[in-house]
Ligand binder design. Structure first.
Ligand code: SAH
Length: 351
């Protein structure tokens, strides 16, 4: 049965046309599902009874099951969502004042095998469907709205949960189109950030098809070190990655790339590394996010000392690079960057 959560505005219009119905029903159904949070066809009162009956026969609107919800001392929340018998994923809501940011997963596990990441260490099973991606926003938005009795709960999205979003390109782009559509969540392009470990050809396609904010997980200023930490670097080394970053910002005034840099003790945190980073980023409109390493079981890395992080930041700032140290949120419930694991019962190690 077709899950209507898989369809964006265009997909829903074609669906109704194929049924021999008027395409404007797409507008009505999108509003019911995404704006009103209605999943029951019978409650869609502006559709004729006959159409509702027909929809019930051939389609469904189905969400993953919420297996667990944990709340951190700092208000961060983590949901464990069961997709099917073999797979569960996690998503995280990070509140700031009245509203907040939702961190969304794009795959079950991850195939990239970054050495410092819990998701990478568990292996990869499969891509998420459009429905499984947008359902994360649906669940968080409508749960929080009901709880807070507010009209709006989530005002920004980061595609930074489990998985590499650019290796699930089509589904991620369709889901982001739904996030931005005025008939559903109406989030502006600037309120969505996609984080990638550097899938160079897909970065070019993203600029053409859905140019949201881009964050790049850099983590090392030279190929020798980056090959070890982020193995996809062997396929797309730094000269290619930097060229793709330049191309992403070209001709779009005001656009900056956020470079994420995890701070690992005595691995990538020295003054020399900071200087090399400044050289590497020359000429690219950049903002730098230093991420203190978050520990997970079986990891042999340690977080850089606060002094090393401060020193690193000072050197970058003195060179005129806007640098922010990311505040760790939700680590008491393993909801911080790199700690998401979910459940991957079956592993495939290819994308
Ligand atoms: N695959 C994408 C998005 C997922 S990870 C990417 O690589 O960008 C989101 C961010 O968390 C990335 O910058 C990632 O490198 C970082 N991260 C992974 N493990 C971490 C850890 N243990 N501590 C801190 N940050 C981590």
């Amino acid at each position: 049965m077709l899950n209507l959560l898989n369809l964006d505005r265009q997909g829903l219009s074609s669906f109704f046309i194929k049924l021999g119905e008027k395409p404007f029903h797409a507008t009505q159904v999108m509003k019911w599902i995404h704006q009103q949070g209605v999943l029951d066809f019978d409650a869609m009162t502006n559709l004729s009874k006959a159409l509702r009956l027909r929809l019930k026969e051939i389609a469904c609107i189905s969400l993953p099951q919420v297996d667990m919800l944990q709340t951190s001392q700092d208000g961060t929340r983590k949901w464990l969502l069961q997709l099917d018998n073999d797979n569960s994923i996690e998503m995280v809501f990070i509140p700031f004042d009245a509203r907040g940011t939702l961190c969304i997963s794009s795959q079950v596990g991850c195939a990239l095998d970054c050495r410092f990441c819990a998701t990478g260490q568990q292996g990869f099973n499969r891509n998420l469907s459009v429905a499984e991606i947008i359902a994360q926003l649906w669940l968080a938005e409508h749960t929080l709205r009901a709880e807070q009795k507010s009209e709006r709960a989530i005002n920004s999205i980061v595609m930074m949960g489990m998985g590499e979003p650019l290796t699930n390109f089509n589904n991620v782009v369709t889901a982001m189109n739904l996030m931005m559509d005025d008939l559903s969540y109406g989030l502006s392009r600037r309120r969505i950030t996609l984080s990638t470990a550097g899938i160079v050809p897909a970065m070019r396609r993203l600029r053409e098809q859905c140019p949201v904010n881009l964050a790049v997980s850099l983590h090392a200023p030279n190929d020798a070190l980056r090959d070890q930490l982020v193995p996809i670097n062997k396929k797309y080394p730094l000269d290619q990655l930097m060229a793709a970053c330049r191309a992403y910002t070209k001709g779009k005034p005001g656009r900056q790339i956020t470079f994420e840099y995890i701070m690992l003790k005595e691995v990538n945190d020295s003054t020399a590394h900071a200087r090399a980073l400044i050289k590497l980023l020359k000429g690219i409109p950049a903002k730098i996010n230093l991420i203190p390493f978050n520990h997970f079981s079986h990891s042999s890395y340690q977080c850089a000392t606060p002094e090393a992080i401060e020193n690193f930041r000072d050197i970058l700032m003195q060179a005129g690079l806007l640098t922010v140290t990311r505040k760790t949120r939700g680590d008491d419930i393993d909801a911080a960057c790199g700690q998401l694991a979910g459940i991957v019962r079956r592993r495939k190690n290819t994308i």
